[in-house]
Design a protein around this ligand. Sequence first.
Ligand code: SF4
Ligand code: SF4
Length: 67
Amino acid sequence: MNKKLVINSAWCKGCGICAAFCPKGALEVVKEKVRRKEGTDCILCGNCELRCPDYAIFVEEKEDGDA
Ligand code: SF4
Ligand code: SF4
């Protein structure tokens, strides 16, 4: 199973809740949009997905071999 973090910027309002609850400090809000912070590790824990009120960030799971 492959996992990756996906940010849907169109739905993000830049509230920063996900960044506040990220245990790795791996997110930052720039110009009212959240993004991955350089030099940090995302451990794909899903905390940001749980906390975002706008479904704008999530951990995507893919079966191995899927495109
Ligand atoms: S999945 Fe976890 S580690 Fe990765 S950005 Fe979200 S809260 Fe942070
Ligand atoms: S919690 Fe959701 S809306 Fe708020 S900054 Fe994070 S991704 Fe954007």
